[in-house]
Design a protein around this ligand. Structure first.
Ligand SMILES: Cc1cc2nc3c(=O)[nH]c(=O)nc-3n(C[C@H](O)[C@H](O)[C@H](O)COP(=O)(O)OP(=O)(O)OC[C@H]3O[C@@H](n4cnc5c(N)ncnc54)[C@H](O)[C@@H]3O)c2cc1C
Length: 681
């Protein structure tokens, strides 16, 4: 590959810059050159590698009339019309053959076309992309390049995946061997042969014949650890010695493909299009991505033809969500029960026609076909995987809430008293499970030592005490203050859940309105009970006198609040807002205490718990340990609050106002610390 002279001018401005020249950018360039879309444009390609060796072998299945086959025909090295799996019988795939392209042939083709088009390749590393008023600047090991449009296949070192995401590797070690005698069938490849040591992973051999005497044979591992080269080499050589007898090693291929549920985010810069792995084009459960990259390249070409380059970062291949769900289930199995991989793949290939499997992996099957596929697979690992999936997606809380509520509705049909005791027990459990502990972690939201911790606790308790006294003197003002800060706190936590940081005036107002909508919806859908509780607080009895007027506004206010939240759900298209709406609706059919607890425990506290877990990078067990002393402290305050505020402690209508004041008092400092935690600056 020819390289241009070094960059001397820091002010170099280009129409398009391609950062990296691997599979994805090569396919995009070929596609754009094909329709002369790079003609009369100033282009720079930045790629550190000289691309003189064959570092990868790209394979894919396709119909002979598919554009990928037609357009890349000149570099397709092999076409397999038959397949074997797990040492089984040969199956005919001539309607949808398996094609092989050597990466070196792709690089040679693209570099020849670039040379013809007089487009230079700069042999340097991209270090970072910086945005300025007019241009993006690519800072490289060899100077800076400026442009308004970047095709970026280089993954930033700073990009970290979420700890909840599954990150496995498809790692492999392969040898290209030549035998003295015919050992292979040139048009038959073996996709997966699991008849080898599994070593507590999912491992198989993959055989791609180049002729009847020559083939690339790889040992592949799906697992959370990459296959060690020494181990792979030993195992592969053992197999080759058994299967082939006398052979010569021509070459080796080492590689690793990410198998992850992590989704790379589009670039924050409108003019920067992430490509390849970076554009989530690798299928998590298989590691295949070449065909997707070709489709993506065609899509990019279409957008550029229509001059849609202003929002380059928004170009993406649309994917059906259910396939992501299937991929995640399989990755969970491969992570937690790796031995099951062999059983699942063996069953899949023995029960389904290979063309159906290809369509399934291409995400082109119908739901009926998918049901048929899943029916044929071992059910237990998928059920276990489903539980972990529900846990990871935070669905367990909704399942648990549904079960608890269902039981409540059933019990209340027969006996109201038992139903009440049941609901109080569930609420107390929920409060001690996460409601109070999530607030008992405020000391973790800043760095502290023993001395500063004592100071913190004293200040924290003093604030609670002070607010408690204000409640006694100015209850109405305290109530208003409580509604305002708890609205903000609830709203901020909801916005955090949908990745909106509360840092500007508009987001402050948004947080306030979102939280107020939640709170007011709960209050207004239980207006009579709310008035009774508030009017039971000393000094707030007058609320009862205005009951008629307040009740008149209850329905329009709750409808308005609900529609505002619905608007947020539709506008952001975030499932967590829809889940919130469902919880609020369900709550409307229960009493006030249950409705508030459903929101407070199942949505607010659990969300905050997961925010703390992620941001502090601490697991739940450690969080519980850290929260324990403060949870006990909160419990003591609750008891004191009840004793101070109730005359007949066995009466629930006198307990509820105390509980209300308790929540208000302990949540005042909590709202401040959570805000500082969400916005550390
Ligand atoms: C060994 C192997 C075999 C595979 N086989 C198949 C297959 O058979 N079928 C299939 O569908 N998929 C396959 N894949 C998966 C996928 O198709 C490839 O990983 C594909 O190469 C990804 O394309 P990409 O453009 O994202 O990355 P790459 O092709 O890796 O391109 C990235 C380019 O960026 C360059 N680069 C890196 N750092 C910098 C920097 N700082 N500055 C500038 N340039 C930089 C690299 O040199 C490279 O040329 C395989 C992957 C591997 C690793």
């Amino acid at each position: 590959m020819k390289l241009s002279s070094q960059v001397t001018n820091n002010e170099n401005v280009y129409d398009y810059i391609f950062s990296g020249l691997g599979a994805s950018n090569s396919l995009i360039i070929l596609s754009l050159l094909e329709d002369n879309l790079l003609l009369n444009k100033k282009i720079a390609i930045i790629e550190p590698s000289l691309k003189t060796i064959n570092d990868k072998t790209y394979c894919f299945w396709a119909y002979p009339e598919d554009p990928i086959v037609i357009k890349l025909r000149s570099i397709i090295r092999h076409e397999y019309k038959n397949i074997t799996i797990n040492g089984g019988a040969q199956q005919d795939i001539s309607t949808q053959p398996y094609y092989l392209i050597r990466s070196i042939d792709l690089y040679s083709l693209v570099s020849k076309r670039l040379e013809n088009a007089k487009i230079p390749i700069f042999n340097c590393f991209v270090n970072e992309i910086v945005s300025s008023e007019d241009y993006y600047t690519l800072k490289t090991s060899n100077g800076s390049f400026k442009t308004q449009h970047i095709f970026n296949s280089v993954i930033s070192k700073h990009e970290t995946s979420d700890i909840e995401e599954i990150c496995l590797h498809q790692s492999f070690y392969g040898l290209r061997v030549k035998c003295n005698t015919a050992q292979f069938q040139e048009s038959t490849f073996e996709m997966m042969n699991f008849n080898i040591d599994q070593n507590n992973y999912t491992q198989f051999l993959y055989t791609l014949p180049y002729s009847d005497k020559e083939a690339l044979i790889e040992l592949t591992r799906f697992g959370n650890e990459k296959v060690e080269i020494d181990y792979a080499k030993k195992l592969l050589l053992e197999q080759l010695n058994i299967k082939l007898g006398c052979y010569e090693i021509l070459d080796e291929e080492i590689g690793c493909i990410p198998m992850t549920t992590y989704l790379h985010k589009p670039s924050v810069y409108k003019g920067v299009l992430n490509t390849g792995i970076h554009a989530n084009l690798i299928k998590p459960s298989t590691g295949y991505g070449f065909k997707n990259m070709f489709l993506f390249a065609e899509m990019v070409k279409k957008e550029i033809m229509q001059n849609n380059v202003k929002n380059l970062n928004s170009i993406s291949l649309t994917k059906k969500k259910r396939y992501r769900f299937y991929d995640t289930l399989l990755l969970i199995i491969l992570l937690y029960w790796p031995k099951e991989g062999k059983k699942i793949f063996t069953k899949l290939f023995s029960s389904q026609h290979v063309n159906t499997i290809f369509s399934f992996l291409d995400e082109q099957t119908s739901i009926a076909q998918e049901i048929n596929i899943f029916k044929s697979l071992p059910i237990t690992p998928f059920l276990k995987s489903l539980v972990i999936y529900a846990q990871k997606k935070q669905l367990l809380r909704y399942i648990a809430t549904s079960i608890v509520l269902f039981a409540y509705f059933v019990i209340s049909q027969y006996n109201q008293t038992i139903a009440s005791y049941y609901s109080y027990s569930a609420i107390i459990l929920g409060m001690f499970w996460v409601g109070i502990p999530h607030g008992a972690l405020d000391h973790l939201t800043f760095s502290y030592n023993k001395k500063s911790l004592s100071k913190f606790i004293i200040k924290y308790l003093a604030t609670i005490l002070m607010y408690y006294f204000i409640w006694q003197i100015l209850p109405f003002l305290s109530l208003l203050v409580f509604i305002i800060y708890s609205s903000f706190h609830f709203g901020e936590s909801e916005l955090q859940e949908i990745e909106i940081k509360v840092t500007s005036y508009t987001t402050y107002i948004k947080a306030l309105i979102v939280g107020a909508s939640i709170l007011l919806f709960i209050i207004f859908t239980h207006i009579q009970e709310s008035i009774d509780i508030i009017a039971n607080i000393n000094g707030l009895e007058f609320i009862k006198l205005n009951e008629e007027i307040i009740v008149k506004y209850a329905v329009p206010a709750s409808v308005l609040a609900f529609f505002y939240l619905l608007l947020i759900a539709v506008y952001t298209n975030k499932t967590s807002v829809y889940k919130l709406l469902i919880l609020l609706i369900v709550g409307a059919f229960t009493n006030l205490l249950i409705a508030f607890s459903i929101y407070f425990i199942c949505q607010h506290s659990l969300n905050a718990w997961s925010h703390l877990k992620h941001q502090l990078k601490v697991n739940s067990t450690r969080l519980y340990k850290k929260a324990l002393p403060h949870t006990i402290g909160a419990f003591v305050i609750l008891i004191v609050c009840i004793l101070l505020n109730t005359h007949e402690t066995n009466q629930i209508n006198t307990l509820l106002p105390s509980f209300f004041i308790f929540l208000a008092c302990i949540s005042l400092p909590h709202f401040v610390f959570m805000h500082l935690f969400y916005n550390p600056k």
